[in-house]
Design a protein around this ligand. Structure first.
Ligand code: PXP
Length: 236
């Protein structure tokens, strides 16, 4: 099971001050030394966190593991992807006002645009993954559109509690199986944390998990004591 670490939140903190720190490129290097099998960044149309400079530097740094560029299926993003050549592209829906990616792609509505992006990117040898809800219709459509991979949205599973969570888990398990049956490579992600990840990681046939928020949150906790004691030492 591969672990792709999403470092967007590091850039969110940096952009809160429009400063040079914390640097998501440095965070990516540390994530790799911690064992990450991949680094994910989402270059948004409004550049609210990851900047073009991050993507360029990240491409230079991330060579031993997989660089996954999350992006909307727009002409601008396709042309950036073809220039920078990440190891894979994940197409996601993008809304300006959202706090994070809110759901899977609407393949019915956006099919034409998505197909155009898939064809252009895969023609250049970069595999494309579609971020989709755990539904058989979306899996069939992903296959028809020609994507090599899908990432099953685990957000509903992650947010649910008790019995409802079991129902959502079953939906994800079924979706993984259906996607494998039609020959897609299958990943999963969104909202996974140190408590809810085990049941998803146990699903057979999953290629990898993409996790951001909970890992960045944990790194704040595990790093705080050292950061404060170093400042205290300097001012004493
Ligand atoms: N996968 C996709 C497609 C995403 O958009 C995100 C959030 O950027 C993630 C995974 C990671 O989600 P989280 O930050 O909740 O772990």
């Amino acid at each position: 099971m591969l672990l792709g670490v999403n470092v967007d939140h590091v850039a969110t903190v940096r952009e809160a001050r429009k400063d040079i720190e914390p640097d998501p490129v440095k965070a990516a290097a540390l994530a790799i030394s911690g064992g990450a099998d991949g680094i994910t960044i989402h270059l948004r149309e409004d550049r609210r966190h990851i900047q073009d400079r991050d993507l360029k530097l990240m491409r230079k740094l991330v060579s031993s593991v997989e660089l996954n560029l999350e992006m909307a299926a727009t002409d601008e993003m396709v042309s950036i992807a073809l220039k920078v050549r990440p190891d894979m592209v994940t197409l996601v829906p993008e809304k300006r006002a959202e706090l994070t990616t809110e759901g899977g792609l609407d393949l019915k509505k956006g099919g034409k645009k998505i197909k155009k992006a898939i064809d252009a990117i895969q023609k250049k040898g970069i595999p494309v993954s579609l971020f989709i809800n755990p539904s058989s219709a979306d899996i069939e459509m992903s296959k028809e559109l020609g994507a090599k991979m899908v990432e099953i949205h685990t957000g509903l599973y992650s947010n649910a509690k008790g019995k409802k969570q079991m129902t959502e888990l079953k939906r994800v398990q079924k979706a993984v199986k259906s996607a494998l049956d039609v020959g897609l490579l299958v990943n999963a992600g969104h909202g996974l944390n140190y408590i809810n990840v085990k049941k998803i990681a146990a699903i057979k046939g999953l290629r990898g998990l993409y996790i951001g928020h909970s890992i960045i949150a944990m790194s704040v906790y595990t790093g705080m004591e050292k950061a404060v004691s170093e400042m205290k030492r300097l001012i004493s």
